[in-house]
Design a protein around this ligand. Sequence first.
Ligand code: FES
Length: 94
Amino acid sequence: MSERLILVEAAGRRILTSAVCPHRQGLLRFAHLDAQRLRLRCPLHNSAFDLADGSRVGGPACAAIRIVAELAEGAPLPSAEELRRLEADFDVRP
Ligand code: FES
């Protein structure tokens, strides 16, 4: 999606979340997705995150990943302008 955000599609949901792991910046676009449990596992050191809320559910990361947005079923992908706005929000929010 972008260098900072990825779109994860699983279990009928489309979730926009951070592209890097809070542990040591593993690239989550290479993460293992457990679609049934809605979990993402970082490819570097195996921290796992619950995509329902971004919380860490295992591994060495000491922070959650941020869930930026969930796209409604059938909604189009964010435009470039909308993506820039979401990334700006991503920078501002804790
Ligand atoms: S970089 Fe993701 S668990 Fe270490």
